[in-house]
Ligand binder design. Structure first.
Ligand code: GLC
Length: 724
C-alpha cells in the first residue's frame, strides 16, 4: 500500500506541476492552474498597480504600494530590467503558485528612441514604417522589463480641440485600421513568446474621440451607425491581427460608459469577434463610473465593470476590494471570475512569462538609441512632415541664400519636439532644430538666431531682435508651435490657433518684407487662417521625436523631398469643427457657415512635393460586375521633375445611393511608392466588393448592395456598377 501511495504522490506531484510544464498546451496549463487558485489569488490577478514615478499629472497616483507577489500586473516606470526581475522573482518564488506579473507601460510612439506622434506617422501613409517603429519600440521596452504597451491608440479623430488626436492615426477609419494592424504586428511580431516582442493594447475602446466638444473624459454620443461605420473597424482589424489586449475608455458611450458597456466589451468583442485576450480599464475608469452616475459606490462600480467584460482593473483597487464579497454574495459567479483569470493567464502564457519570467540585462548603451533605430526615426520623421504651401518654390532653400534668420520658440527646443507620451525619451537625446540646421547647412551659411517670443504670454521684447535678424537675412525660417502639454491626455483647448504672441511675432517678421518659411510643430490641426497668408511656404513637422531636427533640416535644404500627406483635415477655424473629409452629403449644398469659406484650410490627403506628379487616367478592368467578382483599378503616376520622390496614392470609394446614407467618399486603400525623376509608377487597387463596397448598419449588420459606385483618386472619379 505504501508503495502505491508513494507512487500516487509522485504522480500527483507530476500532475500538480502541469501548469509549470512547458510541454503542455497553454489551455491545459490554464485549466490546471485555475482550480488551484484561491478567490483572493484570482482577484489579485485582475488588478494592476503602478511602480515608479508617475509622469502623468492627471493620474493622481496612490502611494507607492508594497507590491504583493500575487499581483497580476504593474505599470512599470523604471528603465532598469534588474528592478523588474527582482519584483518578478518575488512573484515567482514568494507567492504560493508562482504566477508571473505582466509589466505594462505607455510606449505610444517609442520608448527611448522617440518616433513622431502617431498622428504624424499616419502622414507617411506607409504601414511598413509604422510597423518598424513599433518593432523598435517593442525591443527597447522588452529590454527594459516591459512586456506590454498601452498602444496603439486608434481613436478616429473627430475634433482637433481634443488633445488626444495627437495619439491616434488621424480622421480616417480605414487608415486607423491599417495602422492598428501594422502596430500590432510590430509590437507582437510572429510570436509573443519571442524575445523583443510585447503585447499590444488597442485603445481606448470605444468612441472616446467623440468626447463632447473635444473636452476630454466627457460624454460621447455615439450613434449605432457611427459606432459601426467609423469606430469599430480599427478595433475589428486590430483584434483580427491578434492584439492581445484592449483598454476600455473613460468616455460615456451614449449613456453606458465604455468601462461598463456589455454590448461593446462582451457582445461584440468576445461573442461576435471571439477576442480571447483581456480588457484592462483605463486609469481609474472603473471607479469613475460613480462620477459618471451609473454606480452608487465602488462596489456597484466593480460589479458593473466586471460583469460588462473588463477583466483587469487599472490602479483604483475596486476589484480587489469588492469582487471577493460580490462572489460570496452570489452576485458574481465564480465561473465569470475564472473566465476573466483565464484570459489574463492566457496572455501571460502566450508571452512566455511562466517559462521565461526574466528579461536579459544588457548594458544600457546597447539597449537604446541604436544608430539603425535613430536612422529609422529620422526617416519616419522626414516622411511624416507635410509641405502645406510652397509659393514660387520658396523651398527648398537655394544655395544662394547665404544668411538665414532662424526665429521662434521651437528652434532650441528639445522637449516639445517629442510630443505627448514621450515614453522614456530624454531631451538630451533630441536633435533640436538648431542642431539639425547647423549640421545641414554647415559653415557656408550664416544662421542668425533669435527666439522672438515664448510659446505664449504677452512679452514682445524679443520682437526687435527677431526683426533685426530677419533684416540681416536673405530669408526667414520661423519655427512656431505647441508645447507638448497642449495636446495628449487632458490637452483639450477651446481654440486651435497658436497663442496670439506667436501670431504677433509672425506679423512683426512679415513687416520686414523678407520671405518667410513657417515651420509648425504641433500635436493637432492648427487654425492657420491668419498665418497662411503671411507665409510663402508652410511646413508641418508635427512633433517629430528624437530625430526631428535632422529631419526638418534635410527637407528645408532639399536633401529630402517631402512626401507627407495630411492624415487629418485642418479646419479654417475652430468654428468649422466638426470638419472631416468623409462627412455625409448635406440635404442642400448651401448649408454652410455664411461668414466663412465652406472649405477647410487643408483637407486630409493634402501635401506638396518639390517635384510634380502627374496622374494618368484612372482605368478599371470592368465597369459592371457581380458581387462576387472583383475590379482592378489602375493609375499611372509620373514624376515630372528632376528630383526623385515618394508619392502616396489614396484610393476612395463613393456609394452615391444606398439604403443607408453613405459618407461623401471613404478611403479604402493607400500605397506609397518611390518614383525616380522623370520616372513612372503604376498603382493598382483590386476592388473587392465584399471588403470595399459593403457597409455596416447601426446594428453591425454588413450590407453589400448593387448599384452605382465610384472609385476616386485625387479629383478623378470613375463610375462602375455592381449587379445582383
Ligand atoms: C491614462 C490614459 C491611457 C494610458 C493609461 C496608463 O489615463 O488615458 O491612455 O494608457 O492612463 O497610463
Amino acid at each position: 500500500m505504501a508503495f502505491l501511495l508513494s507512487g500516487w504522490l509522485a504522480h500527483a506531484q507530476e500532475v500538480k506541476a502541469l501548469y509549470k510544464n512547458k510541454d503542455a498546451s497553454i489551455e491545459e496549463r490554464i485549466e490546471d492552474l485555475i482550480p488551484r487558485m484561491t478567490l483572493e489569488e484570482k482577484v489579485l490577478q485582475m488588478n494592476q498597480w503602478t511602480y515608479g514615478k508617475n509622469a502623468n499629472p492627471n493620474n493622481i497616483e496612490t502611494a507607492m504600494k508594497k507590491v504583493r507577489p500575487e499581483i497580476g500586473s504593474l505599470i512599470y516606470r523604471s528603465t532598469n530590467p534588474l528592478f523588474r526581475n527582482q519584483i518578478q522573482k518575488k512573484a515567482m518564488e514568494e507567492s504560493r503558485l508562482g504566477i508571473p506579473i505582466i509589466f505594462g507601460f505607455d510606449a505610444i510612439h517609442g520608448y527611448k528612441t522617440v518616433f513622431p506622434i502617431p498622428l504624424a506617422q499616419a502622414c507617411t501613409w506607409d504601414v511598413e514604417l509604422v510597423r518598424r517603429s513599433c518593432e523598435v519600440s517593442a525591443r527597447e521596452c522588452w529590454l527594459s522589463g516591459v512586456d506590454w504597451t498601452f498602444s496603439p491608440m486608434i481613436d478616429v479623430a473627430r475634433d482637433p480641440r481634443w488633445g488626444r488626436v495627437a495619439e491616434g492615426y488621424g480622421e480616417d477609419s480605414y487608415a486607423n485600421a491599417a495602422f492598428a494592424v501594422a502596430a500590432v504586428q510590430g509590437y507582437q511580431g510572429d510570436s509573443l513568446a519571442d524575445k523583443y516582442t510585447i503585447a499590444a493594447c488597442l485603445k481606448h475602446y470605444v468612441g472616446y474621440s467623440l468626447s463632447e466638444g473635444g473636452r476630454d473624459y466627457h460624454y460621447s454620443d455615439v450613434s449605432g451607425q457611427t459606432l459601426w461605420e467609423t469606430f469599430m473597424p480599427p478595433y475589428r482589424a486590430g483584434v483580427a491581427a491578434g492584439a492581445a489586449t484592449l483598454m476600455s475608455g473613460f468616455n460615456d458611450i451614449s449613456g453606458v460608459p465604455a468601462s461598463a458597456n456589455y454590448y461593446t466589451l462582451t457582445e461584440i468583442l468576445k461573442k461576435r469577434w471571439g477576442h480571447d485576450g483581456f480588457v484592462v480599464s483605463d486609469w481609474g475608469s472603473v471607479e469613475n463610473l460613480i462620477a459618471q452616475g451609473v454606480a452608487k459606490d465602488r462596489k456597484e462600480a466593480g460589479f458593473k465593470s466586471f460583469m460588462a467584460g473588463v477583466e483587469m482593473d487599472m490602479v483604483d483597487d475596486v476589484y480587489v476590494e469588492n469582487l471577493p464579497q460580490l462572489v460570496e454574495e452570489g452576485m458574481v459567479p465564480m465561473s465569470s471570475i475564472d473566465e476573466a483569470v483565464r484570459r489574463i493567464l492566457r496572455v501571460k502564457f502566450r508571452l512566455g512569462l511562466f517559462d521565461q519570467p526574466y528579461v536579459d540585462d544588457i548594458p544600457e548603451k546597447d539597449r537604446y538609441l541604436r544608430p539603425t533605430d535613430l536612422a529609422l526615426a529620422e526617416q519616419i520623421a522626414a516622411e511624416s512632415m507635410v509641405l502645406l504651401k510652397n509659393e514660387n518654390q520658396l523651398l527648398p532653400i537655394q544655395p544662394t541664400a547665404k544668411k538665414l534668420a532662424i526665429i521662434g520658440p521651437m528652434v532650441m527646443d528639445s522637449v516639445n519636439l517629442m510630443g505627448s507620451w514621450e515614453g522614456m525619451g530624454e531631451p538630451r537625446h533630441v536633435s533640436t532644430i538648431y542642431n539639425g540646421l547647423q549640421k545641414e547647412f554647415g559653415a557656408d551659411t550664416k544662421l542668425i538666431y533669435a527666439k522672438g517670443c515664448a510659446f505664449d504670454g504677452t512679452d514682445t521684447l524679443g520682437f526687435a531682435e527677431a526683426r533685426k535678424a530677419a533684416m540681416e537675412a536673405d530669408m526667414v525660417l520661423l519655427f512656431l508651435g505647441e508645447q507638448k502639454k497642449w495636446s495628449g491626455e487632458n490637452g483639450s483647448r477651446s481654440s486651435i490657433a497658436l497663442p496670439n504672441i506667436q501670431e504677433k511675432l509672425m506679423e512683426a517678421i512679415y513687416e520686414t518684407g523678407k520671405p518667410i518659411v513657417l515651420v509648425l510643430s504641433n500635436g493637432r490641426p492648427l487654425e492657420l487662417l491668419r498665418l497662411n497668408e503671411l507665409a510663402g511656404a508652410i511646413l508641418e513637422i508635427w512633433q517629430p521625436g528624437t530625430m526631428g531636427g535632422a529631419a526638418v533640416a534635410g527637407i528645408l535644404s532639399g536633401r529630402i523631398n517631402p512626401s507627407g500627406k495630411l492624415s487629418i483635415t485642418f479646419p479654417r477655424t475652430v468654428g468649422q469643427i466638426p470638419m472631416y473629409y468623409n462627412m455625409r452629403r448635406p440635404a442642400r449644398w448651401m448649408g454652410y457657415y455664411q461668414d466663412i469659406d465652406k472649405e477647410p484650410m487643408y483637407w486630409l490627403g493634402h501635401g506638396l512635393s518639390y517635384t510634380t506628379y502627374s496622374y494618368g487616367e484612372l482605368q478599371l478592368s470592368a465597369r459592371k460586375i457581380n458581387k462576387d467578382e472583383k475590379i482592378r483599378a489602375r493609375i499611372e503616376v509620373s514624376n515630372m521633375g528632376i528630383r526623385d520622390g515618394k508619392e502616396a496614392v489614396l484610393w476612395f470609394i463613393s456609394d452615391p445611393v444606398a439604403s443607408v446614407s453613405r459618407p461623401v467618399k471613404e478611403l479604402k486603400f493607400f500605397e506609397k511608392k518611390h518614383i525616380d525623376a522623370n520616372g513612372v509608377q503604376v498603382y493598382e487597387f483590386e476592388i473587392d466588393p465584399g471588403r470595399d463596397l459593403s457597409f455596416y448598419d447601426k446594428n453591425g449588420v454588413k450590407h453589400l448592395e448593387s448599384g452605382r459606385y465610384l472609385v476616386q483618386v485625387q479629383d478623378e472619379k470613375v463610375e462602375f456598377e455592381i449587379v445582383d
